[in-house]
Design a protein around this ligand. Structure first.
Ligand code: ZN
Length: 274
């Protein structure tokens, strides 16, 4: 999941609320990008294909053979899509529709196009949610891996994609994220509580409580550290291990230390960058 932009301009908010009728871009015949079959509305196909190509060819990420991309252009239609295509429970749909710009499920992503401000944020949203599809494919479902790592890796991949598209740089994103992380109450107090942030529900509650931007930035820096230290393939192995064991064991098995030991190490690393 990716939260809404934080400075959604008033004009965009007004547009969304005035956009009563739900109009989904027409579906196009499935197209094949190498051996991944994409089912995506025709108007959004070039952007999605470009990102899928980078994720597979340059980053060697294993996208499933078939991916469906649903795009909604109003909050109302996104809300309906969350129920119909995202299998979100009716008692949670308003909460998710209020803060999320996208949602991923195994083999599919749901995107609210007007929640992403500008081309860079749109590309970031697509890459972020497609990374979750990769994670779910490896883990054998959603909610199996540590949520902070699933979100952090989705951000890491999205920023890498943006760098390759010439929109942004990973180095700049790290600098900005470190500035945001300093405002996170846990980081400032020397405690990330990664064990709790591993639970999807707890992650949602805490990013709403502790600051969405800061929580995602911290998740990005933490996942980025794992990628730099172990390499992307090992981080992908972690998701694969979640298929067969609970996430605590998968973490220890993959990275050779407990989540608590890792938390101490990554905190010291990040404080050293300040
Ligand atoms: Zn996400």
């Amino acid at each position: 999941m990716l939260k809404l932009g934080f400075r959604l301009p008033l004009v965009a908010l007004l547009f969304v609320s005035a956009c009563g009728a739900t109009k989904i871009a027409p579906a196009a015949p499935a197209s094949a990008t190498s051996d991944v079959t994409l089912d995506v509305p025709v108007v959004h196909r070039p952007a999605v294909e470009e990102i899928v190509t980078i994720m597979r060819r340059d980053l060697a990420l294993p996208l499933p053979a078939q991916v469906r991309v649903f795009v909604y252009d109003s909050r109302a239609s996104f809300r309906t899509g969350l129920i119909d295509e995202g299998y979100v429970a009716p008692d949670r749909v308003n909460e998710i529709a209020s803060f999320a710009a996208g949602l991923a499920r195994p083999g599919r992503v749901l995107l609210h196009s007007r929640a992403a401000r500008g081309r860079t944020e749109w590309r970031r949203l697509i890459a972020h949610e497609l990374t979750h599809v990769v994670e779910f494919g490896l883990a054998g479902g959603d909610g199996r891996a540590d949520q902070w790592l699933a979100e952090g890796l989705a951000e890491r991949v999205a920023f890498d994609v943006l760098e390759r598209l010439g929109d942004d740089s990973l180095a700049e994103r790290r600098t900005r994220a470190l500035g945001g992380a300093r405002k996170h109450p846990g980081f400032a107090a020397g405690r990330l509580d990664l064990a709790a942030l591993g639970s999807p529900r707890e992650f949602t509650l805490r990013h709403q409580r502790d600051g969405s931007l800061e929580t995602y930035q911290l998740a990005f820096l933490t996942a980025d550290y794992l990628v730099q230290r172990h390499g992307m393939n090992t981080v992908l192995d972690y998701f694969q291990n979640c298929r067969e064991m609970d996430r605590d064991r998968a973490f220890s098995r993959t990275f050779g230390q407990s989540i608590q030991q890792f938390e101490t190490e990554v905190l010291s690393h990040l404080h050293g960058l300040e």
